[in-house]
Each structure stands twice: as structure tokens, then as C-alpha cells.
Design a protein around this ligand. Structure first.
Ligand code: E4P
Length: 215
């Protein structure tokens, strides 16, 4: 499983990259809006430079011409840019055209296996089911992810599945058990994944015992 960081915050990305476990980054309009005072394109270019891996940047147009224009501008920023497009009929029409041009697309706001199948059929490089937001509706996000892994693998699509809208480490664990290609995690969840009380206690004890060793 690869880990992407789900953020547009440069400090978080720098720190997580320095830990050696981050393969890419996903952003969305809400995450970018939190980084006030900087242009969207400037942020995306800096993230690409830091991560040197796939960086998802989302379009906000809803019509085909607008999606294509934004997507091509984003893709021209850096070879690592993956254009993120919400799943709509116009969105998938754009995916078909863009994938033919060699642009990698991450189809986002996916909440069902049928949506994922359509995205894969259209030529999406990535598909992002939103696990946490499905949980919020009272349905099991992980069950939907399980269906998606089944149907994508049934047909040998090359589309990679990104478990998104991750809220806690258990979401990551369950996604990994299903063989999900990628989990995109908020910085807080990445830090939680490192932690175990026995690790903390073990380090404390080793350090305390080391004080007794004759040096
Ligand atoms: C993924 O690509 C999205 O940016 C993200 O995971 C959305 O998560 P949220 O439901 O916590 O906003």
C-alpha cells in the first residue's frame, strides 16, 4: 500500500516527506482554501517539487469545455500533477479525452462501486472512494471499498484505488486488508499510525536502563 498525504499544507507535507513514507499528495478545493494568501497553481507546483510523486489537483468547472481547459492548465504545471475530476457525465467525458492525451486523472467524490466501474471504464488512472463520508450517512464505507476492490480487480482495469476521506487509523488498516492500492491520509491520522503506548513505554525504559550502563 502507498500512502498519500491529504492536505495542501506545505509544512505538513515537508515533515511527512522527511519521514520517508509519503508517495504522493491529494488536495481538494476545501484543503486549498485553508492555505490563504497563495495562488492555487503556486501551491500545486511547490507540492510537486517537494513530493516528486503524484499530486492531485482538482478542477472546479462542471461543463466539459471548462473541465478540459482547467485540466490541461493543471497538467502543464508539472509532470507529477494528477487532475482530479468529480464523477459526473461531463467529468467522465473529460476523463476519456484527457486519458487519451496522456493526462492522469483521479476521479473523485466516488461513493459506490458502480461509480468506480464507470470511472475505470472511462480511463481513470485513479478512483477515490470517500470512506469517512460514506460512514457519515450510516452506511459502511469499508463495505463499499470492498465492493470497489472486487469489481475493479474482476476486470483487470489499470485504475488504482485510493481510499479517501480517511478519518482514523482503523480506516487505513481495513483498506490495507482489502489490498487497496493507496490510502490518502490527513496528517493527524499519519501521526496516529506511528503511535503505540508500548513503543513510548519501551523507549522510556530503554533510555532509563541505559543510564545504569557503565560508559
Ligand atoms: C480525497 O481525495 C479528499 O481530498 C479527501 O479525502 C476528503 O476527505 P474529507 O471527507 O475528510 O473532506
Amino acid at each position: 500500500m502507498e500512502f498519500y498525504l491529504d492536505t495542501a499544507n506545505i509544512d505538513e507535507i515537508k515533515e511527512a516527506v522527511s519521514w520517508g513514507v509519503i508517495n504522493g499528495v491529494t488536495t481538494n478545493p476545501t484543503l486549498v482554501a485553508r492555505e490563504e494568501g497563495r495562488s492555487f497553481h503556486e501551491i500545486i507546483k511547490e507540492i510537486c517539487n517537494l513530493v516528486q510523486g503524484p499530486v492531485s489537483a482538482e478542477v472546479i468547472s462542471m461543463d466539459l469545455d471548462g473541465i478540459l481547459k482547467e485540466a490541461r492548465e493543471l497538467a502543464a504545471l508539472d509532470p507529477h500533477v494528477v487532475v482530479k475530476i468529480p464523477i459526473t457525465p461531463q467529468g467522465l467525458a473529460a476523463v476519456r479525452i484527457l486519458s487519451g492525451e496522456g493526462v492522469h486523472v483521479n476521479v473523485t467524490l466516488v461513493f459506490s462501486a458502480l461509480q468506480a466501474l464507470l470511472a475505470a471504464r472511462a480511463g481513470a488512472a485513479y478512483v477515490s472512494p470517500f470512506i469517512g463520508r460514506i460512514d457519515d450517512t450510516g452506511q459502511e464505507g469499508i463495505d463499499v471499498l470492498c465492493d470497489i476492490m472486487d469489481v475493479v480487480n474482476n476486470y483487470q482495469f489499470t485504475t488504482r484505488v485510493i481510499a479517501a476521506s480517511i478519518r482514523h487509523p482503523r480506516h487505513v488498516l481495513e483498506s490495507a486488508r482489502l489490498g487497496t492500492d493507496i490510502a490518502t491520509v490527513p496528517f493527524k491520522v499519519l501521526k496516529q499510525m506511528f503511535r503505540h503506548p508500548l513503543t513510548d513505554r519501551g523507549i522510556e525504559r530503554f533510555l532509563a536502563d541505559w543510564e545504569k550502563v557503565m560508559k
